[in-house]
Design a protein around this ligand. Structure first.
Ligand SMILES: [Zn+2]
Ligand SMILES: [Zn+2]
Ligand SMILES: [Zn+2]
Length: 262
């Protein structure tokens, strides 16, 4: 007997018995569901499973589409997309039909899956852009404060901040370093030498060299001398400190300059 497709839209307990009892087992162990369609035991089980659970997944009917080797036949089902409501035939292997059943019968069409993924991606990008913007604003504010404080020749370190801790306040600052660098370059060099920034960096360099002149070992009136100004504005970077700055005592320093100022 023919199983009307419409009756398969939503199976009920009765429908499934109708399905099983109405179908006719044929000579080759298939179930004949109409004059043109036969289903095998596996598909019958699927149909029954749908029916028992009462899933409204749309029309489900057997259509042997292709033999895909050991994984068996593929079957066409016509589920309703849970998002857009589209009702369209898709061809799936049995395992995926089972997955659909195990997923509480909730089916989402390819287009909707794609759109949902794109939405998620866009949301993530927007979130990222918003965070970047917030960080840039924070950085800009910090940079202003940094310049007004650490790069102000008239400011000095709060005595409560230990000498050896000062460099960390500089180097760990969340600021726009290229703006800092430009600002330093725009300063008069003499002013730069009086900034809390330079004082903290210079102290850190001396500390790292054990408070000794790197030429003679003296500890008399140590100065931090620039071997090159190529990286002026980036003195806080440890590689610059290491390569560009040298600790010299007063007399060794005088050998480098007629007038000692840095
Ligand atoms: Zn959809
Ligand atoms: Zn020396
Ligand atoms: Zn010097």
């Amino acid at each position: 007997m023919r199983i009307p497709i419409e009756e398969c839209v939503k199976f009920s307990e009765v429908d499934y018995y109708t399905l099983r009892d109405g179908a006719e087992k044929t000579f080759n162990s298939s179930w004949k569901i109409d004059n043109n369609s036969y289903i095998n035991d596996a598909v019958m089980e699927l149909l029954i499973d749908y029916a028992k659970r009462g899933y409204k997944v749309g029309q489900l009917f057997k259509e042997k589409c292709s033999n895909v080797g050991s994984s068996g036949y593929q079957y066409q089902i016509t589920p309703t997309c849970s998002v857009c409501g589209e009702h369209k035939a898709i061809i799936l292997p049995k395992t995926q039909i089972l997955n659909l059943i195990n997923n509480e019968g909730v089916y989402t069409c390819k287009n909707c899956v794609k759109r949902i993924k794109e939405d998620e991606k866009r949301q993530k990008q927007e979130e990222k852009a918003r965070k970047e913007l917030e960080q840039n604003i924070e950085k800009a504010n910090n940079t202003e404060d940094f310049i007004a404080g650490y790069l102000n020749p008239n400011m000095s370190w709060n005595q409560s901040v230990k000498m050896r801790d000062r460099y960390a306040s500089i180097s760990n600052a969340f600021v726009n370093w290229s703006v800092v660098e430009e600002h330093i370059k725009s300063m008069k060099y003499h002013d730069f030498l009086n900034t809390p920034y330079w004082k903290a960096v210079a102290y850190e360099v001396k500390r790292k060299r054990n408070f000794r002149c790197e030429l003679c070992g003296s500890n008399n009136k140590l100065a931090v001398h620039h071997k090159t100004y190529e990286n002026h504005g980036k003195e806080h970077i440890s590689l610059v400190m290491k390569n560009d700055l040298i600790v010299l005592c007063d007399s060794c320093h005088k050998k480098f300059h007629d007038i000692v100022e840095d």
